[in-house]
Design a protein around this ligand. Structure first.
Ligand SMILES: Cc1ncc(COP(=O)(O)O)c(C=O)c1O
Length: 442
């Protein structure tokens, strides 16, 4: 079998990286073996190819995910540069891998948690409760009690029933009223499930006051992978109305949460910088800085999508003749809908992987259905076929930009375990983590 060689973007493998296992970090513990320190000239892409080579040479061709933590740090920097007036509270649901959270904790982001387990994960890193928002408008009572016991005060709500629960289980909470948005243009809309209409807000604000609860602001989410930056403009203007209503009801309105929805890559749809310009203009109009309102956001996809690369192996293959006589291929991969590709059915266009194989000349392409490994016939990566060359069992496919809503949504249906994750980091990030208190890196 030839060595790994991507059809696109071929790179060599230098053999310079070190597994950080055995290296002692500041607190005398060994670094875990899933963490790879990149040498000065090395890239995470080279590590993917090296790992593929190692696995191909062994008898284990399990799928894996490689997370480039330096990209995560640069996404954080890009967010803060484009929206300096907004504090990011990373949406843990997007990717809750331990090293992702550790790096973000060290970089100083806040965190948006959706459940007790996510709260536990973030608090367990030594993050102060004041850096956490429990941003699920419909929460189990026991999780609300957990937040109360651990000092997590900032909570969202969008209904009277939630207010009743919070009054009973967390009377000292500081609440943000989540507003419904016009998010039908987003790839993953959320407003059918969450958000109060503007008309309902007046009543909710007086109900909160009558229950003795403090509403401190408003929040919204324009839908994940928002395609229309103007959705932010409208939602921010609506929040201004909610702030006025809240103040009228006697609440001290001081926090605006503009949610997530920022693009994960620049491949299609609106560019992040353009979106940030639209948001900044809307904030300047409706929440000018001199009013002293704290503005936060809950980015997930923007931070994580480009961080991870998934490598999957072809475990079985069939060739079929279509009614017109044309040839079609069915590839069965060891990762699929129940693994890293849960959202593949809902993405507007299928992702075309990089083929890790050497060809003498430009190979012909065939329509290919990419199936996952389970016995469920709907376990396919995408609803549409992709065009790929003729490949063999044992060949590898690489999918870049697989960091958002992938590992965090995978399960072990049919006994196929989620892809293992390894992480790369360069020297700068490593120094930052070494300087962290023990609770963050242990
Ligand atoms: C409440 C909340 N905040 C933030 C996010 C993150 O959104 P995104 O990944 O689009 O930035 C989500 C995603 O579903 C969400 O439900």
């Amino acid at each position: 079998m030839p060595g790994p060689h991507p059809v696109e973007g071929s790179v060599g493998v230098s053999g310079m990286s070190t597994c950080l296992e055995g290296l002692k970090e500041a607190h005398g513990r060994p670094w875990p073996k899933e963490l790879i320190a990149l040498g000065p000239e090395e890239s995470a892409q080279q590590m993917v190819l090296r790992r593929i080579q190692e696995l191909s040479d062994s008898d284990q061709q399990d799928p894996f995910m490689l997370a480039d933590l330096d990209i995560l740090a640069s996404r954080h920097q890009a967010f803060c540069q484009a929206l300096p007036q907004v504090s990011p509270f990373y949406a843990v649901k997007c990717n809750s891998s331990p090293w992702v959270l550790r790096v973000l904790a060290a970089l100083g982001t806040g965190f948006d948690c959706a459940s007790q387990v996510e709260l536990e994960q973030v608090l367990g890193l030594g993050v102060a409760p004041s850096r956490i928002i429990y941003a699920n408008p419909c929460k189990p009572a026991s999780h609300i009690r957990y937040a109360a016991r651990h000092g997590v005060q900032l909570l969202t709500f969008d209904s009277e029933e939630e207010l009743t629960k919070v009054a009973q289980h967390h009377p000292g909470a500081r609440l943000l009223l989540r507003l419904r948005t016009q998010d039908s243009q987003s790839i993953f809309p959320l407003s059918t499930k969450f958000g109060a209409s503007l008309e309902a807000c007046g009543h909710l604000l007086t109900s909160a006051r009558d229950l003795g609860l403090a509403v401190v602001g408003a929040s919204f989410h324009v839908g994940s992978n928002c395609q229309t930056p103007q959705s932010f403009t409208q939602a921010i203007a609506d929040c201004r109305c909610v702030f006025e209503m809240g103040r009228g009801a006697g609440h001290d309105m001081s926090c605006l949460d503009i949610g997530g929805g920022f693009p994960g890559t620049e491949d299609s749809g609106p560019k992040f910088e353009e979106m940030a310009r639209v948001i900044s203009a809307a904030l300047a109009q409706d929440f000018p800085e001199e009013r002293g309102v704290k503005v936060i956001a809950e980015p997930g996809r923007f931070y994580m999508e480009s961080v991870c690369t998934a490598a999957v192996n072809i475990i079985a293959k069939k060739a079929v003749l279509e009614p017109g006589g044309s040839r079609k291929l069915m590839y069965y991969l060891n990762d699929g809908h129940y693994g890293s590709f849960r959202l593949g059915h809902r993405e507007p266009v299928p992702r075309v992987p990089i083929v890790v194989k050497e060809f003498c000349s430009e190979p012909p392409l065939f329509p290919c259905t990419l199936y996952g490994p389970t016995c469920d016939a709907s376990d396919r990566l995408f609803l549409e076929d992709v065009r790929l060359p003729e490949l063999d069992v044992g060949d590898w496919l690489v999918f870049p930009s697989m960091g958002a809503y992938t590992s965090s949504m995978s399960c072990s249906f049919n006994g196929f375990l989620p892809a293992t994750i390894c992480y790369t980091m360069g020297p700068q990030l490593r120094s930052l983590l070494e300087a962290e208190p023990e609770s963050r890196v242990g």
